[in-house]
Design a protein around this ligand. Structure first.
Ligand code: NAD
Length: 332
């Protein structure tokens, strides 16, 4: 089987080539995003391997199907960038990596909380300048604070356990409650209550129509003053303009985002010599209490190994028409 990769980076090649020793597929790597402009790169390809910011809309999928592509293997968990209805109509099979090291993302979410709270990023720079003063570095204890978790799937569960380990009160909201978490002392409550009672809110639900702009002018009004919001899930969960207003009015005390609504034009690239035209991200980055990381929450060695193995294994099962180890990997 020939698999063509889009949005690939040197680390993808390293981990996929390693995992491919077991499968022996022909792997072709392209750094460019998948979109209408690169369809001419696809020749005699059975499968396309895409990532979070590759747009697999109706038109792109139709062209892929016309070129003989049969499988789409997403090397990520979220699938909001794929028109699944169109894929189904075109007879394409689509897989994702449903659960790869959820701890990788959960630990990054906690790293963002600790950085924003204890300002280690500022302390690091200060000390390097021989400035040993503490002014402006004061944080707060996480112990006995209230942390609200929206979405308690694989990553949400891992995050709840970490938060519980800090001695925080952990509140959760999900459309489907997890009884194991209740046993651990996590309290499921309504989304409204969670918004109004939490000192820190961490988002771990997928981006769907029902969760688009979950954080907006109205939901921000319901939050505690000085709330910390953490988003390691998908940029579209947050109405960025509303959050900027919340930061300006000081209702939002801290914001940590690993994902951003317009990230496809920015993230995963070195733009250090470029004039950034996106004024919204520039405004966000101008706040001293905002921390932006460029979709790196998944980026651990363990996660990359699992992503590569799981993606290639899905393609093997599609091709050999055998049962998937994890049925949640199959979207169509
Ligand atoms: P998952 O499918 O295991 O869990 C998602 C949970 O969200 C489920 O329990 C589901 O019931 C819940 N949910 C669905 N709709 C909801 C709603 N309206 N309100 C509250 N909860 C709702 O997914 P996961 O593996 O935990 O991943 C969560 C998200 O994290 C993914 O969708 C993806 O977008 C994001 N992610 C980000 C990175 C990164 O590097 N930043 C890496 C992996 C995943």
């Amino acid at each position: 089987m020939k698999v063509t990769f889009f949005s690939s980076k040197p680390y993808d090649k390293e981990f996929f080539d390693q995992a491919n020793q077991k499968f022996n597929f022909k792997l072709d790597y392209f750094e460019t995003h998948l979109g209408p402009h690169v369809l001419n790169l696809i020749e005699n390809t059975d499968a396309v391997c895409a990532f979070v910011n590759d747009k697999l809309n109706d038109a792109v999928l139709e062209s892929l199907a016309q070129k003989g592509v049969k499988y789409i293997a997403l090397r990520c968990a979220g699938f909001n960038n794929v028109d699944l209805e169109a894929a189904k109509r075109l007879g394409l099979r689509v897989s994702r990596v449903p659960a790869y090291s959820p701890e990788a993302v959960a630990e990054h979410a906690m790293a963002m909380i600790l950085t924003l709270n204890r300002k280690t990023h500022k302390a690091y720079n200060r000390v390097r300048e021989q400035n040993f003063a503490l002014n402006g570095l004061m944080g707060f204890n996480l112990y006995q604070k209230t942390i609200g978790v929206i979405g308690t799937g694989n990553i949400g569960v891992a995050f709840c356990k970490i938060a519980k380990g800090f001695g925080a009160r952990v509140l959760a909201y999900d459309i489907c409650e997890n009884p194991d978490l209740k046993q651990l002392g996590i309290e499921y409550i309504s989304q409204e209550q969670l918004l109004s009672e939490s000192d820190i809110i961490s988002l771990h639900c997928p981006l769907m129509e029902s969760t688009h702009h979950l954080i907006n002018e109205d939901s921000i009004k319901k939050m505690k003053p000085n709330v910390m919001i953490i988003n390691t899930s998908r940029g579209g969960l947050i109405d960025t303009k509303a959050v900027i207003n919340g930061l300006k009015s000081k209702h939002i005390g801290y914001l940590g985002i690993d994902v951003y609504e317009q990230e496809d034009k920015l993230f995963f690239r070195d733009l250090s010599h470029t004039i950034i035209e996106d004024d919204t991200i520039q405004r966000l980055m101008s706040f001293p209490n905002v921390l932006v990381t460029a979709h790196q929450a998944f980026f651990t060695q363990e996660a990359l190994e699992q992503i590569a193995n799981s993606t290639l294994s899905s393609l093997f099962h599609f091709e050999s028409k055998t049962n998937f180890e994890n049925p949640n990997a199959v979207l169509i």
